[in-house]
Design a protein. Structure first.
Length: 317
């Protein structure tokens, strides 16, 4: 075989290899659960989110990077099984108590180009943003809120803050949900002490409520008694006013009679007064010049003599 034939076969082989590479690298497929980004000489041009068969410039002009559309979970915080990471996730509350928190963040990739090339490690950036958001919210909350009724509010505040941080980072990630799994105290001794404090506070609240209930009952009774006293006083007031009106009317009538007949009215008043002062006395009214001596049986009348018995009659006979 001559040298010319060797070069010819080499050229044919090279062309065939180029054609095979061009044929293989000029098309690609995207599944429904995937998204892709087209790289032209290493620069991200566009993102492909529609599933199916797509064509591009052959390698090395253009390349394809595929990423998943699924929702990922980031677990931040301590684990009940792994006790070694507790010290790393300890947080200080607004009232200077130490707590442990467990948080799950649901996130997904919404811009493959930014996810691949905007940050060196987007998941680490998301983890740091989660830590900053959770520590910031816990740091402004009291321990009672973090351990009991304030968990939902803490969760909402962390979600809003984390979404804002991720948008500012512009790393192609979207946070869909945040779930606060658990907030706990660092060790058993602290939990025991906190439980005692909580029980004492509940007992105090119970006693306070009982005292408030007793106060309200007595207050209502006092109001009832006050209303009864006022009602009786109003009744007495009306009665006395009516009695005074009757006395005034009686006096006016008496005065009118006195104006017409002073002597008769004066004697009648004397007689009525004597009847009131001496209700059981016998009263005699005499009209003479006083020259005759009169005998009045002022004392009690003599009781009648009992009738003689039959035996006594026989003796007399």
């Amino acid at each position: 075989m001559t040298l010319k034939q060797i070069y010819t076969w080499i050229a044919i082989g090279g062309a065939a290899i180029i054609l095979v590479v061009v044929g293989i690298t000029s098309w690609y497929t995207v599944d429904e659960s995937e998204q892709a980004v087209i790289l032209t000489f290493g620069n991200a041009d566009e993102s492909i989110t529609e599933p199916g068969l797509h064509f591009k410039m052959p390698w090395p002009v253009q390349e394809v990077e595929k990423l998943s559309k699924e929702t990922f979970s980031l677990n931040f915080g301590y684990s009940q099984d792994d006790k070694s990471n507790k010290k790393q996730v300890q947080m200080i509350t607004g009232d200077e108590n130490i707590v442990l928190a467990d948080l799950v963040v649901q996130w997904k990739i919404v811009d493959p180009a930014k996810y691949l090339y905007q940050s060196q490690d987007p998941e680490l950036a998301l983890n740091n943003a989660t830590s900053a958001s959770l520590r910031s919210v816990i740091g402004t909350s009291e321990i009672d809120e973090a351990l009991t009724s304030g968990k939902a509010e803490i969760e909402n505040e962390v979600r809003e803050m984390l979404i804002g941080l991720v948008e500012n980072y512009n790393i192609g990630i979207s946070v869909s949900d945040v779930k606060l799994q658990e907030v706990d105290l660092p060790d058993a001794e602290v939990r025991t002490a906190f439980t005692k404090v909580t029980d004492a506070r509940e007992t105090s609240n119970t006693k306070r409520n009982e005292a408030e209930k007793y106060r309200n009952e007595k207050y209502e009774e006092a109001l009832g008694e006050k209303d009864a006293i006022i009602t009786r006083a109003e009744g007495d007031k009306v009665a006395r006013i009516e009695q005074a009106k009757g006395d005034v009317a009686k006096f006016n009538a008496l005065y009118e009679a006195y104006s017409k007949s002073p002597d008769i009215t004066r004697e009648r008043l004397v007689i009525e007064t004597l009847e009131d002062v001496l209700p059981k006395a016998n009263i005699y009214i005499m009209n003479d010049d006083g020259n005759t001596l009169k005998y009045l049986p002022i004392g009690q009348q003599q009781a009648p003599q009992p009738a003689p018995t039959q035996g006594g009659s026989n003796d007399d006979e």
